[in-house]
Ligand binder design. Structure first.
Ligand code: ADP
Ligand code: ZN
Ligand code: ZN
Length: 821
């Protein structure tokens, strides 16, 4: 009987596509295996088998599966369920989810660009087809799969590329070039001859007289390998030479003498550096921490989700570590989620010390090959028991998930903005946990109003931890009215006299300073001082951001870049000046005001790579810099000891942002930034500069009154029909032509009103109304939180279909953002 498979393709298709399985491939194809299939003209994709069946589709001519890539499924049944929930809730397709879920190396397609791994050494003769591709790649080290297919003259080249990937001979090209670690390393061991203790003694005596350096090296080897103690560990040549500072000549001497021999061995790129013997037990919990821990454990007996509301530095992480250990003792797995920017070497090391090689780290800034390896390992019978990861780690396969921790749960970066699926990792994690019968712990000092509300209404449990560890005081917050100071011309650039004084004192006492400058919505620009002209992006409806260091103007939406013009194109004037308050400007000011201070800046521009980010943090931590200037990045749960002063340069840009979450967000940011001050023995000071000193938020931040803020905001949200009382869905429409778009948006809104009545607002022009040549309109839909998601979805898709089938609106794009942040 003929067999067919329904396949999920990495494309925004509404449904699975059906392909025929050639008889040769029919055996052993299971749900969750990858197959290579043709789609469209001359394009090949890696698809995932959703099901195998015998129903021949009547509506179209079925094409055949070209190859099956996996002998065993790479996607578990529970993951399909999770994908389908995501697509349903976030109004996108399972193809969108597939694209977000799998590392690139697992979803090759014709357009994929692959690159040669320069460190690859073949261990055996490669099959002819693979060798041919490698030859082509040696001549030109980066090529698309399509191009390789054409130039090699081979048919069905995707599986060959896949085989090369698995060997580590090539890798999927990613945007940023990263160092690719070789898969094998040179190791050293004693020759069988030298393993004999008697012979070793003779070597010792000989070396002592004739080659003391070789003796040192040998001793170090014995120490590192532990081979005399019977518990032998592999030693890499590089590591040995680095630790001893010995030269290659000394090393070779020992090889020639017949003491050492070298061999090559495969290393997992994920090798934990910590041998099991060096693991440390978790710190014992303090009395308040133990109480919180016990309350969480008992809350989990009746509730699936618990909110741990604990001030910064109260030791939430220590509590997590204990809970993780208990979950592992019960044979369950743990997923520990952190916002991208908070996942640093600091936290990894803390967990590594306790969990050693039971811990896997999944980060979007790690090479793709590493992510593939983690994925494969989670499918094996020896998966990591603890995964520390960012947003996308909710997609990893889990078989025994018992606990999910979402740290800094209020962080808006948990929400994916673009492209679809526009999912919220915290909410997705809660659903994932419940599918596994696991519990979820949300931790933060400043809960999102959604989670707070869920705790207030009893949907979640809540546990409070309001003592800082070792009774470190919360900082003193001093507001400064800069409106007055500006009027009296008493400001020094961005600095009030009081802030200047505190920074100066801190520097004199060799303490550190953090200066926080929010830039959101107020990017620095260049302005013509004569006529007011401001350079704008050619493709988008935004002014270009000025990067002084590079002398360039850049669009933060599409990346368009041009040099700063010499003359104003409007009036020919030459007086073009930077305008607006960016971190770069603050950095300049600090360098002028405190020439002796060592200054670092942390924002999106200085932290493009993970290494750059870690270096800035490390330098500050180790006291190699005195002043750290940054955007919200500096608020992210970093643990610094010597910070005595935090300056919030301009609170108003936070408070006045035109968004219903601005108030909540401003409180969270300021409270988190303030939490960086005075963590160990001194009481820190926070200087909060604002033009609206009477704003109620200022008093709430000063009193660290989260609960007052939450109560006030929740009342407002309820009155004006906002989350968490209503669910928001943004409907976005895009088109190349503004007139067509306007008509289309009106039509869509009218049809939506016919269904959802007064729950529909708009269409409106969003603040940025054109991106990458496409004009944009936005319609807002507010539905009651209790309304069934499936019903809302089907009503929406009916309207969308009707609009998109209208020939007047050809080329129009419609997409959704559910629960936007
Ligand atoms: P939070 O996650 O709430 O900000 P952390 O867990 O990072 O707090 O704790 C703050 C600091 O106090 C860390 O340096 C941590 O190592 C230390 N600390 C917290 N609890 C303990 C404990 N029980 N024993 C030893 N050190 C602790
Ligand atoms: Zn001008
Ligand atoms: Zn642009």
């Amino acid at each position: 009987m003929e067999k067919f498979v329904d396949v999920i393709l990495p494309l925004p298709l509404a449904a699975c596509f059906t392909y025929a399985l050639p008889a040769l491939l029919a055996d052993g194809v299971e749900e969750g295996c990858r197959v290579v299939v043709p789609f469209g003209r001359k394009k090949y994709y890696t698809g995932i088998v959703r099901c195998v069946h015998a129903l021949k589709p009547a509506a179209y001519e079925v094409k055949e599966v070209l190859t099956v890539l996996d002998a065993h499924p790479i996607l578990l049944p529970s993951q399909f369920k999770f994908w389908e929930w995501l697509a349903g809730y976030y109004l996108c397709t399972t193809g969108d989810v597939y694209k977000a879920a799998l590392p690139s190396g697992l979803k090759l397609e014709s357009e994929t660009v692959v690159a040669l791994n320069p460190d690859y050494e073949a261990e055996e003769r490669l099959p002819e087809r693979e060798a041919k591709l490698l030859d082509l790649l040696s001549a030109e080290t980066e090529q698309t799969v399509t191009r390789l297919e054409k130039d090699s003259g081979l048919k069905n080249v995707l599986p060959v590329v896949n085989a090369l990937l698995e060997r580590g001979a090539i890798f999927v090209k990613e945007e940023l070039k990263r160092v690719y670690k070789p898969k094998t390393e040179t190791r050293v061991r004693l020759t069988p001859d030298a393993r004999n203790e008697h012979r070793l003694h003779i070597f010792f005596d000989d070396l002592q007289r004739r080659a003391p350096k070789q003796l040192d090296l040998l001793m170090k080897y014995l120490e590192l390998s532990g081979c005399l103690g019977g518990d032998e560990r592999p030693v890499s040549k590089r590591d040995l030479l680095q630790r001893t500072g010995a030269s290659a000549a000394v090393f070779n001497g020992l090889v020639e003498r017949g003491v050492f021999e070298v061999y090559r061995a495969e290393v997992g790129r994920l090798d934990a550096r910590q041998p099991a013997s060096a693991l440390e037990p978790p710190h014992p919990l303090s009395v308040p921490q133990q109480r919180a821990h016990d309350e969480i454990a008992s809350a989990f007996r009746t509730k699936n989700v618990c909110l741990l509301y604990g001030v910064t530095s109260s030791g939430k992480t220590e509590i997590y570590i204990h809970l993780i250990q208990e979950a592992l003792e019960q044979g369950r797995q743990v997923l520990y989620l952190l916002p991208e920017i908070a996942l640093t070497a600091q936290i990894t090391e803390r967990l590594r010390r306790v969990f050693g090689d039971r811990l896997g780290v999944y980060h979007s800034k790690f090479p793709d090959a590493e992510r593939v390896e983690i994925w494969q390992r989670q499918l094996s019978d020896r998966p990591y028991e603890v995964i520390l990861g960012v947003r996308s780690s909710v997609f990893l396969p889990f078989r025994r998930l018992g606990l999910v921790i979402v740290d800094e749960e209020h962080e808006t970066t948990y929400k994916q903005q673009d492209p679809a699926p526009r999912y919220h990792a915290r909410n997705a994690a809660i659903v994932l946990a419940s599918m596994h019968g696991a519990k979820t712990l949300l931790g933060t000092a400043t809960p999102s109003l959604e989670s707070w509300h869920n705790a207030e209404t009893g949907k979640y449990a809540r546990v409070d931890l309001q003592e800082r560890h070792r009774a470190v005081c919360l900082p003193e917050i001093i507001p400064v009215d800069i409106r007055e100071l500006i009027r009296k011309k008493r400001m020094n650039g961005s600095f009030s006299p009081l802030l200047l004084q505190h920074v100066r004192q801190a520097l004199e006492r060799k303490e550190q300073v953090i200066l926080f400058q929010n830039r959101r919505g107020f990017a620095p620009m260049v302005e013509c001082h004569t006529c007011g002209w401001v350079p704008k992006c050619k493709n988008c409806d935004v002014s270009l951001t000025y990067h002084k260091g590079l002398g360039l103007l850049t669009c933060h939406y599409c990346g368009y870049t041009e040099p700063v013009p010499r003359r104003c194109p409007a009036c020919e004037g030459t007086d073009l000046r930077p305008h607006g308050l960016g971190t770069e400007k603050v950095e300049d000011e600090v360098r002028t005001l405190f020439p002796e201070a060592r200054v670092a800046r942390m924002d999106l521009d200085t932290t493009r790579t993970r290494a750059a980010y870690e270096r800035i943090i490390d330098d500050f931590q180790e006291g190699r810099t005195d002043v750290l200037i940054g955007t919200q990045m500096v608020s992210k749960g970093l643990d610094f000891d010597r910070v005595s002063v935090v300056g919030i340069l301009n609170a108003d840009t936070l408070m006045n942002y035109p968004d219903f979450r601005a108030y909540e967000r401003a409180f969270q940011l300021m409270a988190q930034v303030a939490g960086r001050a005075g963590r160990r023995d001194t009481r820190g000071r926070v200087i909060l500069q604002t033009k609206s000193i009477d704003h109620p938020l200022v008093a709430q931040v000063m009193a660290n009154d989260y609960e007052g803020m939450a109560a006030g905001q929740l009342a407002e949200r309820q009155a004006f029909h906002y989350p968490p009382f209503y669910r928001l869905v943004y409907v976005f429409l895009k088109h190349r032509r503004e007139d067509v778009l306007e008509q289309m948006a009106q039509e869509m809104a009218a049809r939506l009103r016919a269904v959802f009545a007064q729950r529909v607002l708009g269409p409106d022009k969003p603040p940025v109304a054109r991106i990458q040549m496409l004009f944009i309109r936005k319609i807002v839909l507010k539905v009651e939180t209790q309304a069934p998601v499936a019903r809302v979805r089907s009503l929406l898709t009916d309207v969308q279909r009707a609009v998109q089938e209208d020939t007047r609106f050809k080329g129009g794009i419609v997409y959704y953002d559910v629960d936007p942040v």
